[in-house]
Design a protein around this ligand. Structure first.
Ligand code: PEP
Ligand code: MG
Length: 935
């Protein structure tokens, strides 16, 4: 059956290498698709077939070609060649160009590339036919000549022809009725899957509504699934009936797949609903449930405490400014095709990366975006605008704007939320046509920002301007939550999609300092606003008093001195930490230096950054956590093997064994940065290293060996102190063996809680139950402290260290240091000064005997609030107490400082701290220089 066979020719002369042997897991494991590779013996890449160039990387190292059968071939010259930024490579074609087999596509300087990249081996991968069986026609290890047939396969359409002849009528057409099962109706992701079904079976697939839509709707009656916008235009909601029709040889199979898709509910596939599902489960204890929703009030999980009042503003990404008109419509159309192809290729990469991380829901969203991009109706609308004299950018803007407004104006709130996705695509495709930088976001100052979710870089862009942040998605230990706490910005997460519909000119965000939930009140009345004002004033005064004491040591009422360190991500944050009163840096998350860039920072860059952090802290200790990559933190330039459970895969210290160059460069940079620094007060080096994700002492030994070897190579005799993070339950249980060989331990409660409870820290619906105060997690922490006793100090550097209840308990359990976000330092120190650690320690057995985290939280709260009538008063925290303490501090001169205008300085730090809220209310019994009263 020769007519069903297709061939691909060799794009260059070279040695044939099976894809599985390419030293890059993204190719070797078939993540990108099936294919073959060639180790080149020439310097020009040629077209392996006739077709159209659909993507050329800006850096010229990768080209994608669509053959005349619709198969898309990625030709990737060498590995890691993206890092060369085009150096040594010369593109000979452009996106949109038609080529014939054998045409030259790219010239490269093999010698130059060979000196700078991992390998020259060139994968040739079929990216849109994951199940296609490719047969290699030239034996691996032998030389193939350019143009020689290299691969053969049976084209999918041809296979379908055969199947069709076997089991269906020659001109197959079929239809069946179905009922929409998805709770959210037919939204973009299932719509994209329908489109994929039509493509896979090579049929024309149509959905037609059965019956009239209630209320004289404007929604359409029938849509071809090739057009996502037409499909969404149907406005189908749960329970609606449709007829699914297919035409083509694969009609029966397509109908089968499409009706199954439409009639199957999507459990858990959507983003969090209004309240996390577990919050609705009646069997859960009260404290671990989200409070019931009330009119005018939206609840969420408390990611960062505080109080804020302001208008609600939706996060909108600013659009680039583009030319309005253009003179050559044909050129504009080609430019639009190229811009769309560029965005599509980027989305394809994001899809693969999300799949590699096991984030199927995220991959589905990118796939839906790709379907939008490929929507023939949207393209046709843009081309009509271009034909009328609009520029490519303006034509695309107008075509999508109409769709965005239509989605927003409809009754389906879920589709309205999808308008945000279209807005994102509108912006991305317009970007290459920008004539000036995008306008900055407006109306944010003093507002409460609402968003589905934010990336860390989007957060950083707005954080200094807004008064508070509400996210529909997100979890308590997601990185935006960590960043919000670091800045003391009030923040609620996991609020559900209802948030995106909220509107208010004056809303109130109220998140209590030790409450697991908080609320966004949409229409606070005047009485409420007055009370909020009073509360803000009270918290402000408390924050002023706490800041006045921030540089002093934290000693509990019964005389235990604890270090309060800072968690930072950069040397700039070290400067803020020093000003906030940090006794050192307890955790510098070094991976933040490696994120959001195209290649790893060089040795010099890293060295300068570590050294700057040490200098900012003026001789106080700085602990740099060695690169913690994997799980939720991925580097775009480091292809990690796909893992069904990334949090349980190759990450932290495990990863270094497979990426020694990355690891050793960091060790060298740290050794150089710490060279000849004076020792700290505790006799350890000022710059200290900490190993993440350690499971046992063998891993520590391996790191120490590498450290010694690198120090030897650099001629450095004095090794820096080396500590271990306790994040894996086995490390907590085996802490004695670790503590004997480590210089210090630091408990990472974020991961320890996740692994102990088997609850993913990124899953919003589990956030309430994933509580560090669970007696099981506390027992692990107790075991760790017991194991380390007499060997080395123990800190806590997870987010729980800054939680007023958990932090107090850790102090009572005997930890030596709490390391928290800089915005929390003053309050944490103040909380410790109010604490009678010994009295709380006496309660530990009764706390460990409780049933779950909610019960421990409740009991602790009662213990730390004597006004509730419980003995002993382990923190003097009555409202009168705090007022007296504030008065006391004010008498000592804080008020005068305020009057002198120092407030302006303090305000910069404190206005946000007011947002972050007071710690456990209590009386400071200290003098200005120390806290000395013992119980
Ligand atoms: C932790 O796991 O508690 C921790 C501090 O590390 P990270 O949050 O960066 O994973
Ligand atoms: Mg961790």
């Amino acid at each position: 059956m020769s007519s069903t066979l297709r061939f691909l020719r060799a794009p260059m002369r070279g040695v044939v290498v099976p894809l599985a042997e390419v030293p890059d897991p993204v190719f070797a494991e078939g993540t990108m698709g099936p294919g073959i590779a060639i180790d080149p013996l020439g310097e020009t890449l040629h077209a392996p077939c006739n077709g159209e160039i659909i993507h050329c990387a800006r850096t010229a190292h990768a080209i994608t070609l669509r053959d005349d059968g619709g198969h898309e071939w990625l030709l990737h010259i060498g590995l890691d060649t993206v890092d060369l930024d085009g150096d040594g490579l010369e593109l000979l074609v452009a996106t949109g160009e038609r080529v014939s087999a054998g045409d030259p596509l790219c010239r490269f300087d093999a010698d130059r590339l060979a000196q700078r990249v991992k390998a020259l081996v060139t994968p040739v991968v079929l990216t849109n036919g994951p199940d296609t069986d490719l047969e290699t026609l030239v034996a691996p290890g032998t030389i193939v000549e350019m143009g020689e047939n290299l691969l053969q396969w049976q084209a999918a359409a041809d296979r379908r022809d055969e199947a069709g002849r076997a089991d269906s009528a020659p001109d197959a057409g079929a239809s069946r009725d179905a009922t929409i099962a998805a709770a959210n109706g037919l939204h973009a992701r299932p719509a994209a899957r329908l489109r994929a079904i039509a493509r896979e079976h090579a049929v024309e697939l149509t959905l037609t509504r059965i019956g009239e839509k209630a209320g004289g709707s404007r929604d359409a009656a029938s849509a071809n699934v090739a057009s996502l916008s037409a499909l969404l235009n149907l406005g189908l909601v749960q329970g609606d009936r449709v007829t699914v029709s297919a035409h083509g040889a694969g009609a029966q199979a397509a109908i089968e797949a499409a009706t199954t898709l439409l009639e199957t509910p999507e459990p858990g596939a959507d983003r969090p609903r209004e309240t996390p599902p577990e919050a609705q489960a009646s069997g859960l204890p009260l404290a671990s449930r989200m409070p019931a929703a009330e009119p005018g009030r939206l609840n969420g999980l408390s990611a960062s405490p505080g109080l804020a009042v302001g208008p609600l503003v939706r996060y909108e990404v600013a659009l680039p400014s583009v030319a309005d008109t253009a003179s050559d419509p044909e050129q504009e159309k080609r430019a639009l095709v190229a811009a769309i192809a560029e965005v599509d290729a980027e989305l394809e990469r994001s899809t693969q990366a999300a799949k590699a991380r096991g984030q199927q829901a995220e991959a589905d969203i990118f796939e839906a975006h790709r379907a939008w991009l490929d929507d023939p109706d949207l393209r046709a609308a843009a081309e009509t605008e271009i034909a009328a004299g609009r520029s490519a950018g303006r034509g695309w803007y107008l075509a999508l704007e109409r769709e965005i407004q239509r989605l927003r104006g409809g009754a389906n709130t879920l589709l309205a939320a999808r308008a945000d996705d279209l807005r994102d695509l509108q912006r991305q495709v317009m970007q290459p046509f920008a004539v000036e930088a995008a306008a900055t976001l407006s109306g944010l100052d003093g507002a409460i920002l609402i968003a589905q979710e934010l990336t860390p870089s989007q957060f950083v862009e707005v954080a200094d301007r807004v008064a508070g942040l509400c996210l529909a998605a997100g979890g308590l230990t997601s990185h935006v939550s960590i960043l919000a706490r670091a800045r003391g910005l009030p923040c609620l997460v996991a609020m559900g999609d209802a948030l995106m519909e909220a509107a208010s000119d004056k809303a109130c965000l109220d998140i209590g300092p030790d409450e697991p939930h908080g609320a966004l009140e949409l229409a606070p009345d005047d009485r409420r606003l007055t009370r909020i004002d009073e509360e803000r004033t009270r918290r402000h005064r408390q924050a002023v008093a706490e800041h006045a004491q921030a540089q002093n040591p934290a000693v509990t009422r019964d005389g235990h001195h604890l270090h309060v360190g800072a968690n930072i991500a950069s040397s700039a944050e070290a400067r803020a930490a020093a000003q906030a009163g940090a006794d050192g840096v307890g955790l510098m998350r070094s991976e933040f230096l490696f994120l959001e860039r195209q290649s790893a920072p060089s040795l010099d860059e890293q060295q300068a950054e570590y050294r700057a952090a040490v200098e900012a802290m003026g001789g106080k200790p700085v602990i740099v956590r060695l690169l913690d990559i994997g799980g939720d933190k991925q580097l775009p330039y480091l292809s990690l093997p796909a893992s069904p459970n990334p949090a349980l895969g190759e990450r932290g210290v495990r990863l270094w064994q497979t990426h020694p160059a990355l690891f050793e460069t960091q060790l060298d940079a740290l050794l150089e940065a710490g060279r000849e620094l004076p020792l700290g007060e505790d006799g350890l080096s000022t710059l200290r290293l900490m190993v993440p994700m350690v499971a046992d002492v063998c891993e520590l030994r391996w790191v120490r060996e590498r450290l010694e070897a690198r120090a030897g190579a650099l001629g450095i005799e004095r090794l820096p102190a080396l500590g271990v993070m306790i994040e894996v339950p086995t490390a907590a249980v085996c802490a004695d063996s670790l503590a004997r060989e480590a210089d210090f331990l630091s408990i990472g409660t974020n991961d320890l809680t996740q692994y102990a409870l088997a609850m993913d820290r990124e899953v919003a619906s589990l956030a309430l139950r994933s509580d560090v105060l669970h007696p099981g997690v506390l027992r692990l922490i107790a075991a760790c402290l017991q194991g380390a006793a007499g060997h080395c100090p123990v800190a806590v550097c997870g987010a729980a260290a800054g939680d007023p209840l958990a932090g107090a308990l850790f102090a009572a359990m005997g930890v030596d240091e709490l390391s928290v976000e800089s915005g929390r330092i003053a309050a944490v120190k103040a909380g410790l000064r109010r604490l009678d650690a010994g009295a709380l320690a006496a309660q530990l057995p009764s706390l460990l005997a409780l049933a779950d985290g909610a019960a421990v939280r409740q009991a602790l709260k009662t213990m730390l609030e004597p006004e509730r009538g419980h003995e002993p008063g382990v923190a003097d925290s009555s409202a009168e107490g705090i007022e007296q303490a504030v008065e006391l501090d004010i008498e000592r001169g804080v008020e005068q400082d305020i009057e002198r205008g120092v407030e302006q300085d303090i305000e910069k730090g404190i206005d946000k701290d007011i947002g972050k809220g007071a710690d456990t209310l209590g009386r400071t019994t200290s003098g200005p220089s120390n806290t000395t009263t013992r119980s």
